[in-house]
Design a protein around this ligand. Structure first.
Ligand code: BES
Ligand code: MN
Ligand code: ZN
Length: 498
């Protein structure tokens, strides 16, 4: 599916074939809707009169075979009464995308004259793209509930130059989000640490500098916590480093983003119950968001130094697997008693966080991970939880998520929780008991970060969307790509604050 802008005079409206789309609110038709109403002999005004169309945000009036027009159907999409914002434009685009997805049409032409400025047009296009995403790679028979809709969507205004420019950034967010969704959707027999690494190498084409650590490299660095997770797997573990040094000063301290990339989590020897275990193909969701963000930043040529680092491994039971009770020494030197091999994400992050801060001296570090089921107990599926050692970074991150309308809520850290992860034999243990499970996991991570600003986002509940939202189909959501792109834009980019 492609969505693109082009110059389109309103005179073309009556002679355009396929699906024609225009916008209207309760009180006013846009210029394009006015033209469609005139061409169709008043079809829109008649529908408004009969209250079949009230112009609410994202409401869709479907006029089949409109008289006086070449189109096979005319869709009128409501814009609501409030003045449009970037987010409402994106939502309206999402709802338009959903409506188009139910049609059997080869092409759709959106006459957007009068919709709003270039940014709003681009956000609308973003919404259409985000909603129309589907992961169909492994289907040999098409599914009419998801696979319909036009393959080519053209959005036209009289002069589309500005919208095309604004659309570069919007399209970058869509493509980054799709990269995340694709990675999260892939099954674990296809996406394992080495094949994941190969996909990330593809970012090299966009100018991202991609390098890797293999198991020998990790062993030399002392990354025994990460390596312990992969011991039971036939697949080798990997760390992948993605550098986008887009700031004018290439030596300026980077913003680092770290991801948990457990390509499958059986639980290891502390094996999970069979029911629902297949969902653990998404346990690389944190690494997926980091990868998607790097793609977005490179595609829009962000003027910021950002380094993404992902720890990729597979957690399997095996004769060589880590046992409950094993003690490992992490790269930082801290010793860890592994009580439960299913609390593996924090072992991966312990070494990757330490490595990242050591190697790159970041301005700030944010890690993302599908870390704890307890996060879902606490916040459900609507909001991710985050933890931070820095109120400034927390406020910036929260503002970015609020601006992008991605659910996010801060939870506490605190010395008292450290008692729960004290080990009888080693410095710390990898589980903290039944209570405050997400917090003790975060507290564990904190032991491996320095004093620079850091935040941990537990995305266990949001990496997969349980139901359809205006710009998120069911399944891999891509939660976080837009928020982190916004954070980079507002805080870490050369022009930030200007
Ligand atoms: N990957 C899981 C957490 C998870 C659960 C993510 C459900 C998404 C949906 C993580 O590795 C895990 O197994 N955590 C354990 C920790 C426990 C053993 C301390 C958990 O949450 O049960
Ligand atoms: Mn686990
Ligand atoms: Zn896990």
């Amino acid at each position: 599916m492609t969505v693109s802008f082009r110059d389109l005079p309103l005179e073309d409206l009556a002679k355009t074939i396929g699906t024609v789309v225009v916008f209207a609110s309760a009180s006013a038709l846009t210029e394009a809707a006015d033209a469609a109403d005139a061409a169709s002999g008043g079809a829109i005004e008649r529908a408004r009169g009969a209250e079949r169309f009230t112009g609410k945000e994202g409401e869709v009036l479907d006029v089949p075979a409109p008289a006086g027009m070449k189109a096979s159907r005319l869709l009128v999409v409501g814009t609501g009464e409030e003045s449009l914002t970037a987010n409402s434009a994106r939502t309206i685009g999402g709802k338009l995308g959903a409506a188009l997805g139910k049609l059997d049409e080869a092409g759709a032409t959106v006459f957007a004259e009068g919709f709003g400025d270039d940014l709003l047009l681009a956000k609308m296009a973003l919404g259409v793209r985000l909603r129309r995403y589907s992961f169909v790679k492994y289907r040999t028979e098409s599914d009419p509930s998801t696979d319909r809709g036009p393959g080519k969507i053209t959005i036209g205004v009289a002069d589309s130059k500005g919208a095309q420019k604004a659309d570069i950034d919007a399209n970058a967010i869509a493509e980054g989000t799709f990269f995340t969704r694709d990675l999260v959707s892939e099954p674990a027999n296809i996406l394992y640490p080495e094949s994941f690494t190969e996909r990330l190498r593809g970012l090299g084409d966009l100018g991202v500098e991609v390098s890797t650590l293999d198991e020998d490299d990790m062993a030399k660095l002392g990354m025994n916590a990460l390596l312990a997770v992969g011991l039971g797997s036939r697949r080798e573990s990997r760390v992948v480093i993605m550098k986008w040094m887009g700031a004018d000063d290439k030596d300026a301290a980077p913003f680092c983003v770290v991801g948990k990339g457990v390509t499958f989590d059986t639980g290891g020897i502390s094996i999970k119950p069979a029911g629902g275990m297949e969902e653990m193909t998404m346990d690389m969701g944190g690494a997926g968001v980091v990868s998607g963000l790097m793609k977005t930043l490179a595609m829009r040529k962000a003027k910021a130094n950002v380094i993404g680092v992902v720890g990729l491994t597979e957690n399997m039971p095996d004769g060589n697997a880590t046992r409950p009770g094993d003690i490992v020494t992490a790269m930082s030197g801290t010793t860890i008693e592994i009580i439960n091999t299913d609390a593996e994400g924090r072992l991966v992050l312990a070494d990757v966080l330490h490595y990242t801060q050591n190697a790159f001296k970041p301005k700030a570090t944010i890690n993302l991970a599908t870390l704890t089921g307890a996060m879902i107990v606490a916040l459900g599926y609507d909001k991710a939880g985050f933890f931070s050692n820095d109120d400034g970074l927390s406020a910036q991150l929260q503002a970015a998520a609020d601006n992008e309308e991605e659910g996010l809520w801060r939870l506490p850290l605190g010395k008292a929780y450290d008692d729960q992860i004290k080990s009888r034999l080693a410095d710390i243990k990898n589980t903290g008991g039944r209570h405050a499970g997400s917090i003790t996991a975060a507290q564990f991570l904190k032991r491996f970060v320095d004093d620079s600003p850091w935040a941990h986002i537990d995305i266990a509940g949001v990496a997969l969307s349980k139901d359809v939202k205006p710009t998120v189909p069911k399944g891999a959501s891509g939660w976080g790509v837009a928020t982190l792109d916004r954070l980079v834009r507002d805080v870490f980019e050369d022009s930030a604050g200007a």
